[in-house]
Design a protein around this ligand. Structure first.
Ligand SMILES: Cc1cc2nc3c(=O)[nH]c(=O)nc-3n(C[C@H](O)[C@H](O)[C@H](O)COP(=O)(O)OP(=O)(O)OC[C@H]3O[C@@H](n4cnc5c(N)ncnc54)[C@H](O)[C@@H]3O)c2cc1C
Length: 473
């Protein structure tokens, strides 16, 4: 049952939710509104996880067809249900009175549709709903063990405020710990040798606890373990703190020419920054150079990629951040400067020449790499080069889960009492990215609803007032 022999305290609830990001918050609110007593447990000192650091764009694929086309390696069942539930989730946010944009933003990450939201408001609202329903919300409460009797999950163990060992007895546990991007050993195991070069663009608490806890009860993992979401950021950088995550992201890289440290292109740039970010991870030293012209700098590199992010000259910001850069009036002069960074000048020249030739011909293949018919060659000086590196915001692989939010064993059978949501679920995104906030909120609702139903049917409803109030935030 537990590795620990004694506890400072034991608390009984219907549903425990592990992690207070967007998925855990939605799960806890849904379970609490369904009549369950809920404990929402967060390891860090404040709620919100990566959701609290995010841009607040609530988006996903516009249709199942678009999901399939952009994410052919994704779990179609999960994708179909996320797309199907999107409007209802959006309506729930609107009904709450929180700010949700009237007009959608289209072509997010080249294909998605979404609405700008007050994500901090969403997190605070979920928390209030849990407390109003008589639930508990604890910060500084890392879950360190899942209680499992060999047949069902029976609760969790936390070490609260760095000290007291607390056992929660619960009929259902929802894992919503945000993925394993903060665990270098897991990243290396799944992504390979360059994984330790990925800059962590995430809350620091998402270190794979959900996956580890799920495995301890026999849950299976998914495909997509080596794929992830993140954005290219300048190389090097003096610091990389949460306030830098948005301004340092090179969202416009899809309009540049991206070469590796041997001066070669390696992917179709128009696929978009979040895919280039993954592709660069597997290149020498996981470093590359964006090459672009004044047209790109004055448009996409400066404009607001999402409403709410604000306009920002991303090249100037990258230079200020410490990024290696070059500026020149002509392309040959620019390539001379880039060659001084140790990149083969002849290879660079060949790459740019072949790329421009392919673009002039309406797209095709240059030096073996696709050139899209949408690609544009750098032509209007001044010309710019910026050295970049990949980052990781969250991992796409995780706990095998169905559309009820139930965690599944390797045989596909639900593990009684165990649920997962958000970035702890694996396979919804796989190389292609289906969004984080909306899928997190939607899958959190699935898990919260199912966990509450399971707790009710297990006949263990603890609707009595919360057993503790002290320390409840
Ligand atoms: C800079 C930035 C911008 C982004 N912008 C957008 C955007 O505009 N739109 C979008 O769709 N997505 C965006 N994302 C991604 C989005 O934030 C995530 O996909 C989403 O927050 C994932 O939700 P989650 O609930 O699974 O995890 P999180 O929101 O990361 O929450 C996980 C929580 O679990 C806690 N936790 C971990 N382990 C334990 C444990 N053992 N016990 C207790 N608690 C634990 C963590 O501390 C954390 O608080 C952005 C992310 C970042 C970093």
């Amino acid at each position: 049952m537990s590795h620990y022999e004694s506890f400072d305290e034991t608390r009984k609830v219907d549903v425990v939710v592990v992690g207070s990001g967007v998925s855990g918050s939605a799960a806890a609110m849904t379970a609490a509104r369904s009549g369950s007593t809920v404990a929402l447990l967060e390891k860090s000192e404040s709620i919100g996880g990566s959701a609290a650091l995010s841009a607040g764009m609530f988006w996903t694929a516009p249709t199942v067809e678009a999901y399939r086309a952009r994410i052919p390696l994704g779990n179609v069942e999960l994708g179909t249900h996320v797309v199907g539930d999107y409007q209802d989730a959006l309506a729930e946010l609107r009904k709450s009175g929180l700010r949700v944009a009237d007009e959608p933003k289209r072509d997010i990450m080249t294909f998605g549709i979404g609405y700008s939201t007050d994500i901090q408001g969403v997190l605070a609202w979920c928390r209030e709903e849990v407390l109003t329903a008589g639930g508990q919300v604890h910060t500084n409460a890392p879950v360190i063990e899942l209680l499992y009797d060999g047949g069902s999950v029976t609760g969790v163990v936390t070490r609260e405020d760095g000290d007291g060992l607390v056992r929660y007895e619960a009929a259902a546990v929802v894992l919503a710990t945000g993925g394993f991007q903060g665990a270098p050993d897991e990243l290396t195991r799944h992504i390979g040798p360059n994984a330790d070069r990925l800059m962590l663009r995430s809350n620091p608490g998402s270190v794979g606890d959900g996956l580890r806890l799920a495995r301890s009860a026999g849950a299976g993992g998914t495909k997509a373990m080596s794929t992830f979401y993140g954005h290219l950021v300048p190389y090097p950088i003096y610091r990389f703190q949460p306030e830098d995550y948005l301004p340092y992201s090179q969202y416009y890289s899809g309009s540049t020419v991206l070469v590796n440290l041997v001066g070669e292109r390696f992917t179709d740039e128009t696929e978009g920054d979040e895919l280039l970010n993954q592709a660069l991870t597997f290149q020498p030293q996981a470093r590359g150079v964006l090459i672009f012209d004044e047209h790109v700098r004055s448009t996409e590199a400066t404009e607001e990629p999402f409403p709410g992010l604000g306009a920002n000259d991303r090249f100037a910001t990258a230079v200020q951040a410490g990024g290696t850069y070059a500026v020149a009036d002509t392309l040959p002069e620019l390539l001379d400067q880039v060659a001084a960074w140790g990149i083969d000048r002849q290879a660079l020249g060949r790459t740019l020449e072949a790329y421009t030739h392919a673009v002039d011909g309406g797209g095709g293949v240059a030096c073996g790499i696709k050139v899209s018919s949408k690609a544009r060659a750098p032509e209007q000086g001044p010309f710019y080069a910026l050295m970049v590196q990949p980052s990781i915001t969250f991992t796409f692989g995780g706990v095998r889960t169905n559309t009820e939010g139930e965690a599944l064993g390797p045989d596909g059978r639900p593990i009684p009492g165990l649920y997962a949501a958000g970035a702890d679920i694996g396979g919804l995104s796989n190389y292609g990215y289906a969004g984080g906030l909306a899928p997190g909120y939607i899958t959190g609702r699935w898990a919260g609803r199912s966990a509450s139903q399971h707790a009710a049917s297990a006949g263990r409803s603890n609707r009595a007032p919360s057993l503790i109030n002290s320390g409840t935030k």
